[in-house]
Design a protein around this ligand. Structure first.
Ligand SMILES: [Zn+2]
Length: 475
């Protein structure tokens, strides 16, 4: 029997509004526990929620880019459940009258576009956070009332890799829109995954498991791979899959049964009596449409066309908005798109990756990077010195490229006399490579170039070195 994998994802995204969804408390992350609360988000009797219109503007942008149909009227509902980090014992969410429905997101799978349906995008408030210290559990209500959108996909995803792609694409869109920072470590993007298996030719879906506790896109992919394997073995042995919620154990790389899955009726949804029904008018939608920025795909195409970049380089440079913005800031100072792209996508990215940093926090000023690129281009320093000495210093921020040049004595040597002396010494000491070269192994010269570079402590101009060696060896 052949099975197909059916996956649907529920993604919760915190919106970047300054204040909470139903009160004016700040949403800033990482503040003193319980310092950002008020009677409303603490659920104290007598307090009333007031809807934050900034949240509507942000969520409309997300819904529009996901090609959803915006509803004319939306309503909030109470989702009832008891949990220590939820002081009201209900969450204000949306049930049958959500913000938007029937959209899609396109992913690229083996070079072909695939459309993943979006069932709905709805608004809700976040709960607080429990901190377990071993002996006791503490509760921090700062996160209570932080605005969330929940984006529910159709079960159109057919492999763990597609799920990974979907999430990557979704994150790219939402960060480009600046509606969320989608930082999984800080919990501003959270994902639950539903997965089931059914015979390839079956129209009916199998019983699904919902997997929770997924802390990275990689964890989503790993957990889905594990879960698909587990369900397949079960079915092949003649067993059946139980509909339940399972937890991903990151350390053991397995999913474990947590509880039977709740159904909607378990939550006793009913309309939130303290908030009116909202009409979403054309004007709000038009305003949101006008504020939509250029997204990654469009920007990539533009980079390829306008700056003659390769698809690959354009893809890297537009992978995050801060990086693409940075690139274009550099181009304002130095109109050499290809050269700047090579440095940014290559050495700068490598250095940032090695430091586990990314472009949203980069301290390197475009002026200093451009200054370094010019010095290399004008032959004042070689690219090795730029990469190994200058770049790590200017990436720290605060230092000027010109000062580092003076301080570190790395100016490039192009003087033929000086390089010639080192070259003669290298030729004298490396008879074998010299003979190899003379016998026609042209690559042997690269070893000699390396030796001369070493002899000059990396300061020689490699182009001059090669020319001098070639001249000497053909004499
Ligand atoms: Zn509050």
């Amino acid at each position: 029997m052949k099975y197909k994998t059916v996956i649907g994802l529920e993604v919760h995204v915190q919106l970047l509004s300054k204040t909470k969804i139903f009160c004016s408390c700040s949403t800033a992350f990482g503040k003193e526990p319980n310092s950002q609360t008020c009677p409303s988000c603490l659920g104290l009797p007598g307090s009333l929620p007031v809807f934050n219109m900034e949240v509507l503007a942000l969520s409309l942008k997300a819904a529009l880019v996901l090609h959803c149909r915006i509803q004319k009227v939306m309503r909030f509902d109470r989702k009832n459940y008891f949990y220590p980090d939820l002081p009201k014992a209900y969450q204000i969410s949306q049930y049958d009258m959500p913000l938007a429905q029937n959209g899609y997101l396109e992913i690229t799978d083996d070079d072909r576009l695939k459309r993943i349906g979006i069932t709905r995008v709805h608004l809700e408030e976040d709960a607080g956070k429990l901190i377990h210290t071993g002996a006791e559990s503490l509760v921090d209500f700062n996160r209570c009332g932080t605005p969330l959108i929940e984006i529910v996909s159709e079960p159109d995803i057919n492999s763990p890799d597609e799920a990974y792609q979907y999430l990557t694409k979704l994150k790219s869109i939402l960060t480009y829109l600046e509606v969320s920072d989608c930082n999984m470590q800080e919990g501003s993007l959270r994902c639950d995954a539903n997965i089931s298996l059914c015979p390839v030719d079956s129209a009916e879906l199998g019983a699904k498991a919902e997997v929770k506790n997924l802390n990275s896109f990689k964890a989503v992919r790993d957990a889905l791979k594990y879960e698909a394997g587990r369900q397949k073995r079960l079915l092949e042995e003649g067993g059946r899959v139980t509909q339940e919620t399972r937890l991903w154990e990151e350390n053991k790389k397995v999913t474990l049964s947590m509880r039977s899955k709740e159904e909607a009726h378990d939550y006793r949804y009913f309309p939130e009596p303290d908030l009116p029904i909202f009409e979403i008018n054309e004007e709000d939608i038009e305003t949101a449409k006008r504020s939509l920025p250029e997204l990654a795909d469009e920007r990539k195409s533009r980079f390829v066309e306008q700056y003659s970049l390769s698809d690959y380089d354009a893809g890297i440079l537009t992978s995050a908005k801060p990086l693409a913005d940075y690139y274009e800031k550099c181009l304002v100072i130095l109109a050499e798109p290809k050269e700047v792209a090579n440095w940014l996508a290559g050495a700068v990215m490598a250095e940032l990756n090695a430091r586990n940093e990314n472009f949203s926090s980069i301290k390197l000023k475009p002026e200093e990077l451009v200054e370094m690129i010019k010095l290399v281009r004008d032959g004042k320093i070689n690219s090795k010195a730029a990469k190994e000495v200058v770049l790590p210093e200017i990436i720290e921020g605060g230092k000027k490229t010109s000062d580092i040049l003076k301080e570190k004595n790395i100016s490039q040597v192009s003087d033929e006399g000086e390089i010639g002396k080192i070259a003669d010494e290298v030729i004298r000491r490396n008879e074998k490579s010299v003979n190899d070269f003379k016998e026609g192994k042209k690559n042997a010269i690269m070893y000699l170039v390396g030796q001369v570079m070493k002899g000059s402590k990396g300061r020689a101009n490699p182009k001059t070195v090669k020319e001098i060696l070639e001249k000497r060896l053909s004499e």
